[in-house]
Design a protein around this ligand. Structure first.
Ligand code: GCB
Length: 600
């Protein structure tokens, strides 16, 4: 799925702004004509979560309507017009001029519908999007599981530890494509010595024979050049390889981007371009070999964070200044990497990662998968496969994306403090293993060029790691286990890392470790919840990792404090494991990270 662009041929219009909004808890809106206008609307910002914009909507997750009117430029007539939603959490139904044009399940991933036939040229169009984010066992991520009782259950009843923000979280666009158009582009890159190879597959929307060209602009042979190849479409598909002598490779230290332009020639010999699409390309390879992750053939360490899209007022809504600031702060501590825990982040964020040289573990929305309720497993598997396919289709061309993570902390049936001891036999082990291996295999089939992994939970069966290229471990020695006992935590961490390495001989990334910390709380001795405790715990983990070559990355949980559900586990409804506060002020541990990472 290509990101909409504006050029000589294609058009786009950003519908971000203030929309009309109304909740519909009784679900009467469609029958009462709301797709054409809301009877009692109030203003709402798009993108943005509704929960953070109105205090009475904080806990609201049922159906709500967004409506706005838009003038589609008459100059667009003759092209196909699409309506594209960057992310709607969780389920969306889209209407244009009162007619339903499509539905989509699953947050954090874009979808688009061809609305050309529903427009009346010269008249304003009414766009309506009905969104709901009900928590259900059949959804991914899941909620309202019957099993979720007890001391740690929160409000609302998620299976996961972040607030289930709802709404239109990313921009809504109108965009156009010509009648014969480029539907998809797949770029893979290879390296031979100092030369680069850019392999491009282009897919058209029609199978008719057609011709086209590829142009790649950037450094080659020590100078700025343009390298070209021609494309011959058979059954709508064409492939070509561009050879780049003495290429400048993309890396976290030098995120150099080439510009690739694909042209499709119009029928007839007048040289007219029917469609054109341009995108940045980073020439790089990523591989796993002998217990190391290799970027362009060299060992690389992924240091950084698990994060969240989360901020005051905007909730999970795209917030561009925040994005720039977060990258600035991550660089300040010396990070070169993060995981999109626990769902795909915005496309704008992935573009920035390409440009700024961050190495991304790109995660699907499959957080806290459950395997105890056999009746719901087939439905969840289908949703997971759909989300995986949509994620890879969206992000496959980003050089920054170096790994797919198909699930975060799939849950053992015997989860609980007792099961935190390693290798407790788990009744869900078999069902979970089959489910997870289906996801890993699908990711590999969709993209054979990137390693795949699962972020595993403490106490989860080790057998679930078997098919991962890289072992990703979320570990809370010193917090959920041996809280306040950092010496014991150190020994357990070291022992576990060595055991996992001995068993699987694959690079290990600690994709989570951390401690809840109230900014401004201090203590000597360093008790849990103080800034000193977090700083010492982080230091301990980094020291243990530094003694082990097979540790290929350290990602602290979390970059910043973030909104979670209300529970006795989360003071103020916030997970306080951030290295920065929710308002992005550093805690003491930020300086420890700088000490380890920024000096390199
Ligand atoms: C985890 C989860 C993450 C939580 C974190 C915590 O293992 O992956 O979503 O926020 O623990 O702080 O408990």
């Amino acid at each position: 799925m290509l990101y909409p662009i504006q050029n000589q041929i294609r058009n786009k219009m950003d519908l971000s702004g203030i929309w009309d909004f109304q909740t519909d808890p009784e679900e009467v809106g469609e029958a009462q004509g709301w797709p054409l206008g809301l009877p009692q609307s109030r203003p709402i910002a798009v993108p943005g979560s509704w929960n953070e914009q109105y205090s009475d909507l904080f806990g609201y997750l049922d159906l709500a309507w967004y409506v706005r009117r838009v003038h589609v430029p008459p100059a667009w007539q003759g092209q196909r017009v699409f309506l594209r939603v960057g992310s709607a959490c969780y389920h969306a139904t889209v209407y244009v001029n009162g007619v339903q044009v499509g539905t989509h399940e699953g947050g954090h991933l874009p979808f688009a519908f061809d609305i050309t036939d529903h427009l009346r040229w010269g008249e304003e169009a009414v766009v309506a999007i009905a969104v709901e984010n009900r928590l259900m066992p059949t959804r991914v991520p899941s909620g309202n599981m019957p099993s979720m009782m007890g001391l740690f259950a929160g409000t609302p009843r998620t299976t996961f530890d972040f607030y289930p923000f709802a709404g239109l979280h990313r921009p809504v666009w109108l965009y156009t494509v010509p009648s014969i158009h480029i539907q998809d582009i797949t770029v893979t890159t290879h390296i031979q010595g100092t030369d680069g190879q850019v392999q491009v597959t282009v897919q058209l929307n029609r199978p008719d024979p057609a011709q086209g060209t590829l142009r790649l602009r950037g450094e080659a042979g020590g100078a700025e050049r343009e390298i070209q190849a021609s494309l011959s479409f058979v059954e709508g598909v064409a492939q070509a390889t561009l050879e780049v002598p003495q290429a400048r490779f993309w890396s976290d230290r030098d995120p150099y981007l080439y510009q690739l332009t694909v042209d499709v020639a119009a029928e007839g010999a007048d040289g007219r371009v029917a469609d054109r699409y341009s995108l940045p390309v980073g020439i790089r390879t990523i591989a796993v070999q002998d217990g190391q992750i290799l970027l362009n053939g060299q060992p690389v360490t992924l240091n950084g964070f698990g994060r969240h899209e989360d901020f005051y007022a905007s909730g999970k809504g795209l917030n561009l200044p925040l994005l720039v600031k977060d990258y600035h702060l991550m660089r300040w501590v010396g990070a070169n990497s993060y995981r999109t825990s626990h769902y795909p982040y915005s496309e704008e964020e992935m573009q920035l990662a390409d440009r700024e040289g961050f190495l991304i573990i790109d995660e699907t929305p499959a957080v806290s998968l459950q395997f105890g309720d056999a009746e719901n497993i087939p439905v969840r598997l289908q949703v997971c496969l759909q989300q995986l396919q949509e994620l890879i289709a969206r992000d496959k061309n980003h050089p920054s994306v170096v790994m797919w993570c198909v699930a975060n902390e799939p849950m053992p049936a015997r989860f609980g403090l007792a099961a935190l001891e390693q290798n407790t036999p788990d009744p869900a082990e078999g069902a979970g293993k089959e489910f997870l291996e289906t996801l890993l295999a699908r990711a590999r089939a969709l993209d054979p060029t990137r390693p795949v992994t699962i972020a595993t939970i403490m106490g989860g069966p080790r057998s679930w790691m078997e098919q991962c290229d890289v072992i990703a471990m979320n570990r809370y020695w010193g917090w959920y286990r041996y809280g306040g006992e950092l010496d014991k935590a150190r020994d357990s961490l070291a022992q576990e890392l060595d055991e996992v390495w001995t068993q699987w001989r694959r690079p290990i990334i600690l994709t989570e470790f951390g401690a809840d910390t109230l900014a401004g709380h201090h203590g000597h001795p360093p008790l849990m919840w103080t800034e000193e405790y977090q700083a010492e715990l982080i230091r301990m983990y980094l020291e243990v990792a530094a003694e082990r070559d097979f540790v290929a990355g350290m990602q602290v949980w979390n970059f910043a404090d973030f909104a979670a559900v209300q529970s006795i586990m989360r003071v103020d409804g916030v997970n306080h494991k951030g290295i920065f506060t929710r308002s992005r002020q550093p805690k003491l541990a930020a300086h420890v990270l700088r000490e380890f990472w920024a000096r390199e």
